[in-house]
Design a binder for this molecule. Sequence first.
Ligand code: GTR
Length: 328
Amino acid sequence: MISKLALRAFSAVLLATFTAAFAVPAQAREFRAADNQVADYPTVQAIEHMNRLVRERTNGRHSVRVFHSGQLGEENETIKQTRVGAIDINRINTAPLTQVIPELEALAIPFLFSSIDHLHRVLDGPVGEEILKQLDNYEFVGLTFYDSGARSIYTTKTVRSLADMQGLRIRVQNSRLAEEMVKAMGATPVVISYGQVLTSLATKLVDGAENNWPSYVTTDHFKVAQHYILTEHTMAPELLIMSRKAWDTLDAADQKIFKQAARESSLFMRGQWRAWEERSRKQAMEGGNTIVSNFDRKPFVEAMADLHANAAKDAKLKRLIDMIRAAD
Ligand code: GTR
């Protein structure tokens, strides 16, 4: 005779089998992420890392597919598309995003961060948290920051001083602040999208641009603009943002998984960034480029006095700037 206990166990197994066979799995989804850097660039690799974590932690229900090399468009386009939900996730630099979120200018003000450690302290602390939170007001969700090192000026002619900048045409990102900065250096800013910079340098539409080491090298800009002067004028980080629409399709537990995976991908990338900078610098040197590191940086800093004064007129911005300074 079958005991009551065995019967109960048998029906439990039956029920479990039945449920497993007929349960509707939560909608599996592939989230599309945009990045305008090339496939092996650290930010793209970081998103791939995030994808691995997301897949693992959602048992393959969700994944993130990165479209690198600007396949989904230039930054000003992808910002709009992320806002309306046509792109789910976007890895974007702070500077162009300031056109939509002015508060972000706090991270892009020239000569505000004294070192990468200072920047990390800010991004990893309450200011970084507050800035990510502010994205909520713009139909975005701030997932994390990625390193971008320091940006310096590079040109087709040698620049050894602020005086040498006078009259040069310098490509800038689509950012009011970047334009103001280049004007303050005595040069003429020319807004050009990232994908067009190489041609613009080669055809002499501009005399130079500015970027970090890995961008300078992976774009081949270093082959045409062979003079790199270590102004290290900004440390505006990269941001990983999600469209509110895509975010709202996730339940609370998955939202947590996405955010956590993004944070971990940021640390993963941080571990690689220094080596990338070093490798790119070496490549530029081996290419015969001039690297100007022994120059008077003070005039560059002093030239920003009006820009700093203007920024301080905005109460919201001033508060963030003060908090950033206090974290030094
Ligand atoms: C890079 C950044 C890109 C883009 C580019 C630029 O450092 O990673 O997203 O903003 O600079 O100068 O346009």
